[in-house]
Design a protein around this ligand. Sequence first.
Ligand code: FE
Length: 248
Amino acid sequence: MAKSKKPSLARRRFLKGAAAGAAAFAANPQGGESQHAQEHDHDHDHQAVPSDLTLRVKALESLLVEKGLVDRAALDAIVDTYEHKVGPHIGARIVARAWLDAEYKRRLLTDADAAIAELGLGGQQGQSMRVIENTPKVHNVVVCTLCSCYPWSVLGLPPVWYKSTAYRSRTVIDPRGVLGEFGLKLAEDVQVRVWDSTAELRYLVLPERPPGTEQLSESELAALVTRDSMIGTRNVSSPGSSSQTRRK
Ligand code: FE
């Protein structure tokens, strides 16, 4: 657990600073900055006023701890897990195994929960998983139109854009247009299927294995698989391809 202390402490300090910054801002929302500016030259960055969301999280956490409803250490352990331990590298291992083992792929596509559990992965939230396969004629993309349901146990934290209203609404209205904005131009004869995640059922895209990877090992294949390719907003690029970039 020694590893988890650093981010937890950093998070505590950030939240503490955020609360102090907000209190100062609330006390003098108009004049504080200009008065400060007149006092000395600016050779440093000012602390930005924290977002409403940060303040709400801090307030909620403090209240729950105060009432004894949550344990701070348990909360830190959960945050640490999703910030540092669970991530797209888990989904990438599943994809690489499926690319190499046709029988495993068949099991993955028919009973994803069991196939993922075979590798000792996933299954931390109790929801069901379904894996959907991209082919030369079918491209799948995942969205949650209602909120931000996402396969956390195999992909980690969702990207900011996945939770945005624009992505959630436009992906079902104009999937090709949205994919084009990610740099993914699909041929007209490729059918696009949009999958709407829910709290009970979450989707993972099995992307197509790119050409030029015939000699690669399972770990080398996994290293090619990006988070976005498992959401469906990009394809997996061949090794060394300049398009193999990641999007935050
Ligand atoms: Fe949701």
